[in-house]
Design a protein around this ligand. Structure first.
Ligand code: PEP
Length: 253
């Protein structure tokens, strides 16, 4: 991963009020704002985006959202578009998180539409893929990932892929305390990179960051980051506490 800038991203899910999010962002900027050779991204809930942006706009911390709608605007009550997210200060958006696939009916097709919409709005999509426990047990991990990648990345040009990030999140490891073993994670990341080589060519595949997500903690980040195809982490639970999250960001220290 020599020429890929590591990325540590925090998914705050449906946690934190506006004032709590702003306070956490302030603490994080103090604790981790000086971290070098790593890109930091936080994805607070929609309601806290502008408040958090005011805190991080002059720091190295990038702002992300957790979802978007595929249309730039329209009669879609309750939805938020990529254009709106960009105007709120976002430069990233998480797409296809397993919780959205599981509880909100997201499919590879809607994920694909959202990825294209994010790119059109100037946002870098953080595209989540991953197998469930039963799929892993049935030895379907690679065929599931293949389908998610193939369908999710349908129609993306080389240029568009250049600003995308992939996050491998085995569903059985999210919020469960179970982490994929370093071997399991590396095996999948290597597979995903080979997929990118086949689909977009060697140069783009080597540039694309592939994050690992699933119960990442200060105790396991260094080992994961030591693997050749792991370029960062998408962190849920452990990103909610600035002290804990800053330890993950500063995994090299
Ligand atoms: C996530 O929500 O993307 C995630 C990986 O959660 P956790 O770190 O809590 O497993």
């Amino acid at each position: 991963m020599d020429n890929r800038l590591p990325m540590i991203a925090g998914n705050w899910k449906m946690y934190k009020t506006c004032s709590e999010a702003v306070e956490s962002a302030r603490q994080l900027a103090t604790l981790a704002g000086d971290a070098e050779n790593v890109e930091i991204m936080i994805a607070p809930p929609f309601t806290a985006l502008t408040g958090v942006f005011d805190v991080v706009r002059h720091t190295s911390i990038r702002l992300g959202a957790q979802n978007l709608h595929w249309e730039p605007e329209g009669a879609y009550t309750g939805e938020i578009s990529g254009t709106m997210l960009f105007s709120a200060g976002c430069r990233y958006v998480i797409i296809g998180h397993s919780e959205r696939r599981q509880y909100f009916g997201e499919t590879d097709d809607s994920v694909n539409r959202k990825i294209l919409a994010a790119l059109a709005a100037g946002l870098s999509p953080v595209i989540c893929v991953g197998e469930s426990e039963s799929e892993r047990e049935a030895e379907k991990t690679f065929s599931i990932l293949d389908k998610q990648m193939q369908n999710g990345l349908e129609g993306l040009s080389l240029n568009q892929m250049d600003s995308a990030v992939i996050a491998y999140e085995p569903v059985w490891a999210i919020g469960t305390g179970k982490t994929a073993t370093p071997q399991q994670a590396q095996e999948v990341h290597e597979y995903l990179r080979k997929f990118l080589v086949g689909r977009f060519g060697e140069e783009t595949a080597q540039k694309t960051r592939i994050l690992y997500g699933g119960s990442v903690k200060p105790e396991n980040i260094s080992e994961l980051m030591g693997l050749p195809d792991i370029d960062g982490a998408l962190v849920g639970g452990a990103s909610l506490q600035p002290e804990t999250f800053s330890k993950i960001i500063k995994y090299k220290n």
